[in-house]
Design a protein around this ligand. Structure first.
Ligand code: HEM
Length: 418
């Protein structure tokens, strides 16, 4: 096992070196995966936008324009798995030990399995159901801020932006006694794996996190089968009884809802507050009129999207903007680039919480459109209103560092003085 792992480690190191060399050689997709370009992808996006579709030396295509991204997300010829059912691997071949097997979540499945599983989770996330959580989200927000603001300095990411959505999604799912730090670490590991596994250390951390989450949900499913509650897991467990999903599908659905339910929203709040720190005039506007909060949330989603890209595959050869894209090859859709497309957004690099054009693709589109969008919007709205009320000025103690990830965009920390 040790020998196999060291070989895996060496191959992953070689792959990292190849990605970096390709990035240095100017390959746009490699640049998005490699420092220093990764930290500020917007100039790379801008160059890519000069062509409707760009071919990378990876053999993949990438789309940076809003209109084409949007059309491909809604085009039924495009899928998340190849025609033989395989999911494309981002950037690097994930060389993980053979005993590490993960079943796909419905995010990674095409219809009809995707349709069946999403339909089971959907009722719990309807806009009206989610609106009913407003008072509880506001209460948790207040408690977390009381604690954070009592400190001489605090980390907005660790003390507020991460524990808030963890508390909310855990309550929805009915997970008791949550350790927010531990869940936060799971989220970072699983979120980073969307780039593909790029180091042995990451493979081990991913394996440990998934194993622990499997065990946690296994126990919870057993408990809810005996004694159902008003939570989402109990609702899904009842579908197990009618044969609408398998036990493994139930587990992966729980894992998806938990991780997608906080990892992204945490980055929305963190990215937003760092953007406001750099645009104090906009913070003043929000403080003067908290009713601008919903528009501010949309502007953060457009300007610093927590999910920068996704990918699709046509099952047969297709022509896109005059370019032939082979069947079963990967097309990367740059959602973060679409948010800065000047064809849709006037002066796209200007952060303006009152802009009228808010048609971003941060929640993607088509059949995989984010199921948790109403929840993310509610949490971010409440969080921004509370922060605007209680934090007259955003005073970072240092320039924060971006996490070393490509698909997920978020800060490692944001240390502030209250
Ligand atoms: C700012 C916060 C969020 C952002 C930016 C975001 C973004 C996205 C994006 C881009 C997708 C589609 C990916 C693709 O098409 O390949 C997606 C799907 C999904 N999101 Fe979110 N999300 C957020 C919050 C949430 C929350 C709070 C939940 C709650 C459970 C959630 C649950 C899901 C699920 C279940 C899917 C899969 C939908 C499907 O495949 O049908 N998300 N999200």
């Amino acid at each position: 096992m040790k020998i196999a792992e060291s070989k895996v480690g060496a191959r992953l190191a070689a792959q990292r070196a190849v990605v970096w060399a390709m990035a240095a050689g100017g390959d746009p997709l490699a640049r998005l995966a490699a420092p220093p370009w990764r930290d500020n992808p917007y100039p790379v996006y801008e160059r890519m936008r000069s062509e409707p579709i760009v071919r990378s030396r990876f053999g993949w295509h990438a789309v940076a324009g809003h209109d084409l991204c949007s059309r491909i997300l809604r085009d039924r010829r495009f899928h998340v798995r190849s025609s033989d059912g395989v999911e494309p691997q981002p950037f690097t071949e994930p060389l993980i030990p053979a005993d590490y097997a993960v079943a796909p979540t419905f995010l990674e499945l095409d219809p009809p399995d995707h349709t069946r599983l999403r339909a089971l989770a959907r009722p719990a996330f309807s806009p009206s159901k989610i609106e009913g959580y407003r008072a509880r989200v506001a209460k948790t927000t207040g408690e977390l801020l009381d604690r954070a603001l009592a400190k001489p300095e605090f980390d907005l990411v660790a003390d507020f932006a991460t524990p808030l959505p963890i508390a909310v999604i855990s309550e929805l799912l009915g997970i008791p006694d949550v350790d927010a730090d531990r869940f936060g670490a799971f989220g970072r590991v699983v979120g980073a794996s969307l780039d593909g596994v790029t180091s042995l250390r990451q493979a081990r951390a991913l394996r440990a996190a998934t194993t622990e989450l499997r065990a946690l949900f296994g126990e919870l499913i057993e408990a809810r089968s005996r004694e159902p509650g008003p939570d989402v897991i109990s609702a899904l467990v009842s579908a197990l009884g009618t044969g609408e999903l398998t036990e493994l599908e139930l587990l992966t659905t729980c894992e998806l809802l938990l991780i997608a339910g906080f990892e992204t929203t945490a980055n929305l709040i963190g990215n937003g507050m760092w953007t406001f720190a750099q645009h104090p005039d906009q913070w003043e506007r929000l403080r003067a009129d908290p009713e601008l909060a919903p528009g501010a949330v949309e502007e953060i989603l457009r300007f610093e999207s927590p999910v920068q890209m996704t990918q699709r595959m046509p099952h047969e050869d297709v022509e896109i903007a005059g370019v032939r894209v082979p069947g079963d090859s990967t097309v990367v859709l740059l959602l973060g680039a679409a948010g800065r497309d000047p064809a849709v957004f006037a002066d796209p690099n200007r952060f303006d919480i009152e802009r009228a054009d808010t048609d971003h693709l941060a929640f993607a589109g088509g059949v995989h459109y984010c199921l948790g969008a109403p929840l993310a919007r509610l949490e971010a709205d409440i969080a921004l209103r509370a922060l605007a009320e209680r934090l007259p000025r955003i005073r970072p103690l240092a320039t924060p560092k971006w996490r070393g990830t490509t698909v997920i965009r978020g800060l490692r920390s944001l240390r502030l003085r209250p």
